[in-house]
Ligand binder design. Structure first.
Ligand SMILES: [Zn+2]
Length: 115
């Protein structure tokens, strides 16, 4: 049986391995009935909450966005601005890792079909 949010969890695992946190740990929560798509909260941006009521692509976008906050905090500490230039750099890095994963999956599917 296919478990709930397997794909999203796979993306999280890949992102955490490819762009790892050095000083902190993050706990991921999948929650329903959130007002928002998700959040990355104190203390130390240690809890990332993702709304399960969103569409899959929205969940993935939120995962990337919130993980960039965790990376930003891990590297730069608590800045004044929420979406600072530093955060943007972290976001770009996390997004690239995500694109790499998509690309790898595509290549693999192509290879498997070729046989
Ligand atoms: Zn944000």
């Amino acid at each position: 049986m296919k478990k709930k949010h397997d794909y999203e969890k796979l993306i999280i695992k890949y992102l955490c391995e490819t762009v790892p946190l050095q000083k902190h740990k993050v706990l991921w929560r999948f929650v329903s009935n959130l007002k928002d798509y998700g959040s990355c909260t104190a203390p130390n941006k240690g809890v990332i909450t993702i709304s399960v009521d969103s569409k899959q692509q929205e969940m993935i976008d939120t995962i990337i966005h919130e993980y960039a906050h965790a990376i930003d905090f891990d590297r730069n500490g608590c800045g004044k601005e929420h979406h600072s230039e530093e955060w943007g750099k972290c976001y770009a890095e996390v997004y690239r890792a995500y694109l790499d994963l998509i690309h790898k999956n595509k290549e693999e599917r192509k290879r498997n079909h070729g046989r």
